[in-house]
Design a binder for this molecule. Sequence first.
Ligand code: ADP
Length: 492
Amino acid sequence: MKILFAASECAPLAKTGGLADVVGALPRELTRLGHEVTVVLPFYARIRRQIAGEPKYAARSITIPFRYYNRFVGLVDGGQRDGVQFYFVDCPELFDRAELYGPAGGEYSDNAERFGLFCRATIEASKLLGAPEVFHVHDWQAALIPVYLRTTYAADPALQGAATVLTLHNAAYQGKFPPNTTEDLLFPWDLFTMDKVEHYDRFNFLKGGIVFADKLTTVSRKYAEEIQTAEFGEQLEGVLRGRAGDLRGILNGVDSTLWNPATDGHLAAHYTAENLAGKQACRADLLHAFGLEHVAASTPVVGIVSRLVTQKGFDLVAAIAEELAARDLAVVALGAGDPYYEKLLRGWAFRHPAKVAVRLGYDETLAHKIEAGADLFLMPSRYEPCGLNQIYSLKYGTVPIVRATGGLDDTIEEWDAAQETGTGFKFAGYHPRDLLAAIDRALAAFRDQKVWTQLMRNGMAKEYGWKKAARAYVHVYEEAAQRGPWPLNRPS
Ligand code: ADP
């Protein structure tokens, strides 16, 4: 099949989270299965910097109309990487900026225009390049593509055959803007109704995508169920329940060219499930990087790598911070995000400099070192659509302690000492006491190194490659391509 990916992130070119990892890996796997995949991204400053020499333009000027003016965007031919063709939407006044979405913790005030333009430019680009059979669009930033296709472009003969699949990587990020966005993006006002893009008097990009896409996916089976409930649906649960028949949960894979302790170029030593000796060297290297060389070999090291946002459960960690520091363990944490949580972690390290070390910022190498060098990995998320770090942890023999939600629940199995089965430690209630109990179970298991090695090996034996996920996506593409005539069957 001919598939076009539209997304606002793609590893390694532009990344803030797990979305980038998926868009970096899934297209490559699809090409291995014989499909033709094109990825379209905004031409951010950081992508421009990664391109050798002058950009090569596939088109110099594509007109994107707005209410009071036109913008003229270029289409940069990013060439092929691993069989996947890349194009970048070049609009320097909107994308040539330091950040993807806004300054730390914030948003650029013109994000509706930036990503509205990105969606429309992607459709225009696809017409120049030859329309795909399926547009696979990701998150709110690309979610207007199905809306444009079924409204503004509904009569366009070049796009009649194209189906759409929307993947929700996180339902909390919706792209909500003032009602006037409708006019600014040249949509008719009859689109601004509660069965289409209007949501509590806001123009909601993600809701538009949910209503208009042919098929919907999200990144774990559990999260697909959770987002249909009031607790996790971020007020979109009703719309999602209305599309339940078209919604699938497909667990993300792991890019084993980047995340494999036997080959990982960021590590001080390599290791495998059969020969774990290198993991000790990685632990020593990690402790050195965090200035915790004095930590005894018998003391478990707990790792954290995370965006520092409410979603990730750091208020639970804060509530038990002093009790944890009283236990025999060391903590190494890497994160960036909300200044509130940055301060919280910094304060914890300040109070316990011999036990807790924190690095604020985004650091790919350090993230790999933590996955390899820690004994335990902490991920007490309030919700977690899929979560990648706990899967990396499994592969690196670093035992995860997670809250039983979304992809964390789907990927981690509680350790059963009697049967010697399971891969980690889970707790269900969103309560500090439950988190502490799970950590204590982990610390108790750590004391018996024979048991611990079995637990590590159980995790390392798990397969989380992309092949299975890619096959599941192809199935969804095929279903989307067989959709009935549009717009007769939806929306009602
Ligand atoms: P989310 O997408 O919600 O951030 P995931 O667990 O799905 O969570 O993916 C997070 C990805 O971002 C992982 O690849 C992780 O290693 C990476 N990451 C998050 N924070 C940092 C950081 N401060 N430095 C380096 N990598 C980070």
